[in-house]
Design a binder for this molecule. Structure first.
Ligand code: BTN
Length: 268
């Protein structure tokens, strides 16, 4: 079945699962970046989620200015966006809620054997990267409300061919269905992302805290903070503000997400 045909009905399915929450659903063969496409959208409103899914991105990007490399059909690349209300602040802890949303969507489809790595990754049990989340907020024009965009890149198959400079994994390596239909996968993940986002807007991380604790890849592991080289034992998340707790000989330190990344010692 062609890519476009496999996604016919996605918008209707989303509406069935979560009525009244969706704006336009764009399914594109090729785009520079699904995040950029939605940042520039003229149809965003604050109370509905617009979606862009692409079979191929020519300039996909991730955190810390990195390129997000993927190849057609081998990855799931999509973004979800809504307009920010005037004076609404962007909370970087949103990436934690969205990451749990992606994980719940995958679990709904029958996948297991992965965890959440603060602040924006899904990784396999041995730490290989399966998915990344990128939250961006910008006003592209003065006459539009700024957009809040959440982009997700999820490896489906053949991640080892991407030539990325760290260990990566894909869904085909996880316990789960041998072939999950693209539309089922997208529908489940999009619905759970939007549920988690709505919950986050109402009550912060409270409603993802249990799942986050269950999926926490870092907890109890010795980690190092990129850029500063600080080391310590990851001691969970402060679900009040999304900070990663780092146990160091001189006490407990809080790391706030933004652009901070951490590595598990021995994982890469
Ligand atoms: C990261 O791991 O640093 C986050 C990666 C996010 C990549 C996704 S792919 C869909 C969306 N469009 C982009 O340009 N980036 C995000």
């Amino acid at each position: 079945m062609s890519w476009e045909r496999s996604l016919v009905g996605l918008a209707d399915g989303l509406e069935v699962d979560l009525p009244g929450r969706w704006g336009a659903v764009h399914c594109l063969q090729r785009v520079d970046s699904t995040n950029r496409r939605l940042l520039e959208s003229s149809t965003l409103v604050p109370d509905r989620y617009e979606v862009c899914v692409a079979r191929e991105q020519t300039a996909g990007h991730g955190r810390r200015g990195r390129a997000w490399l993927s190849s057609p059909d081998a990855s799931l690349t999509f973004s979800v966006a809504r307009a920010l209300s005037p004076d609404e602040a962007v909370d970087p802890a949103l990436s934690l809620a969205v990451g749990v949303g992606v994980a719940r969507g995958l679990e709904r489809c029958g996948f297991s054997g992965f965890g959440f790595k603060w602040p924006n990754d899904l990784v396999t049990e041995d730490g290989a990267k399966l998915a990344g989340v990128l939250v961006e907020a910008r006003a592209v024009r003065e006459d539009r409300l700024p957009a809040l965009v959440v982009g997700v890149g999820l490896n489906r198959v053949g991640a080892h061919t991407l030539g990325v400079d760290r260990r990566v994994a894909d869904l085909s390596q996880l316990p789960g269905p041998a072939e999950a239909a693209l539309s089922d996968l997208l529908r489940a993940v999009l619905v759970e992302v939007v549920r988690a986002w709505d919950d986050f807007a109402r009550s912060g991380l409270a409603l993802v805290a249990n799942d986050h604790a269950r999926l926490d890849h870092l907890r109890g592991r010795r980690i190092t903070v990129l850029d500063t080289g600080e080391e310590g034992i990851a001691a969970g998340i402060d679900h009040g503000n999304g900070a990663l707790l780092l146990q160091r000989p001189d006490g407990l330190k809080r790391l706030y997400s933004g652009e901070i990344s951490v590595r598990v010692l021995g994982d890469d």
